[in-house]
Design a protein around this ligand. Sequence first.
Ligand code: FES
Ligand code: FES
Length: 174
Amino acid sequence: MTRIHVTVDGVAYSDEVEPRTLLVHYLRQSLGKTGTVVGCDTSNCGACTVHLDGVSVKSCNVLAVQADGHEVTTIEGLAEDGQLHPVQQAFHECHALQCGYCTPGMIMQACDVLKDNPDPTEAEIREGLEGNLCRCTGYHNIVKAVQQAAGQMRSASSGSGETADATEAAEVSA
Ligand code: FES
Ligand code: FES
């Protein structure tokens, strides 16, 4: 067993883990962070996506010991002061989910895409999410939600008070 010190969703943890323990299993089984889910265990689906020091990673492809000394954010740590993150809110408003299994990973990946590119084209959003699979194939509304969130986040950061460009979002092609 190896002791790790990791901050998850703003809380510091110190735990003994087996060196082979995957980060996703540590999050779910040791910390009860079941919002992060396993869809494949082979780094294909992206359902397990979390942020490691602010960058999205597939947590089934990272060992818990690799997170030692680092900061992890899961879907459960995204909301602040009881307010959904703009990407979470947009997924809700755009009905960007069906069964919801891919949703935590999609949202975490979308946040990473928007951090690097606050004003992505539809093609750039689709490319940014290409490592995340939706078995319900609801990609149209997912892209629409990311566009809406991008508009809201740009407005918030500019302080202009403008509302998201809903027209632009509605024009996303299937
Ligand atoms: S469970 Fe990690 S990529 Fe599918
Ligand atoms: S909403 Fe069902 S897998 Fe994406």
